[in-house]
Design a protein around this ligand. Structure first.
Ligand code: HPA
Length: 272
């Protein structure tokens, strides 16, 4: 695949040839956040398959394109669909879009994902603002680059921006909808966790668990981008109850959560 710098430069050059603009805000849309993509007034949509060096996304329900345009008065580049490590990509390939967005001049990155609730207080359809993470993919270091740190520890990979988070909470209070915050545990997947693993995750302080986001956040942190990341809770782990979540419940929950996400992202952009 060649080296990451070259790939980033070539993908950047290609996007520049398709969209003559400099976005300041990047958005990665996970499951259930199509509503945000629809409210972007798009100048152009660019399929990942056209972009040099990009993997071809295979995850179900993921479109696999950039939506480039205006949202809430700002120039944004949004990823509709992302690359997961469980699809077999290495960290550099899966996070290539974040490298490219940083090269394009993006300074703030908004991320959404679907996650399992480990905190028993969460309900399906809740939105959890991520305030830190536990990396069970063990890839944060790789994502942040293998550069020489001169023997010093590197900055933390959980650079979730406190100002953006506070702004989101102020907005949720004013708009009168519940917003929670907590710790996201990232797993390689693709299998969901065992009962024992859910119990363990709860015990060590995770509030939600999913299979994405942490590599993207780690790359964004390495560039000093301001990050805000939210999980839509699509199922709540009850390891001691024999009960399955129904598919419909998850879809309904996704719709309610999607409008909360949209409203937070739009408000945050307006106030930036
Ligand atoms: N575990 C991991 N990833 C997930 C889950 C889960 O329970 N729900 C949605 N994504």
């Amino acid at each position: 695949m060649g080296n990451l710098k070259t790939q980033t430069a070539e993908a950047h050059r290609f996007l520049g040839s398709q969209w003559d603009s400099s976005p300041t805000i990047g958005i990665i849309l996970g499951t259930g956040s199509g509503e945000i993509a629809d409210s972007i007034s798009a100048d152009v949509k660019i399929p990942y398959s056209d972009v040099p060096h990009f993997p071809t996304s295979t995850a179900i329900g993921h479109k696999g394109q950039f939506v480039c345009g205006q949202l809430a008065g700002a120039k944004v580049i949004a990823m509709q669909g992302r690359f997961h490590l469980y699809e077999g990509y290495d960290v550099d390939s899966a996070t290539l879009p974040v490298h490219v967005m940083a090269a394009m001049g993006v300074r703030q990155l908004f991320i959404s994902n679907a996650a399992g609730g480990v905190n028993p207080n969460w309900q399906v359809g809740d939105v959890m603002m991520i305030n830190s993470h536990i990396d069970f993919m063990y890839r944060s270091t790789v994502a942040m680059g293998q550069c020489n740190t001169a023997g010093r520890p590197r900055r933390r990979s959980d650079q979730y921006d406190t100002e953006l988070i506070q702004r989101a909470f102020r907005h949720a209070r004013a708009a009168n909808f519940p917003l929670y915050q907590g710790v996201y545990a990232s797993m390689l997947g693709p299998n969901y966790e065992t009962r024992a693993e859910y119990r363990y995750l709860k015990k060590i302080g995770a509030d939600a668990v999913g299979m994405s986001t942490v590599p993207e956040v780690a790359v964004a942190a390495s560039y000093g981008l301001k990050v805000m990341a939210m999980s839509i809770i699509t199922n709540v782990a009850k390891p001691d109850v024999l009960e399955e979540t129904s598919g419909e419940e998850v879809v309904d929950a996704g719709l309610v959560a999607a409008s909360k996400l949209k409203s937070i992202v739009e408000d945050t952009i307006k106030r930036s």
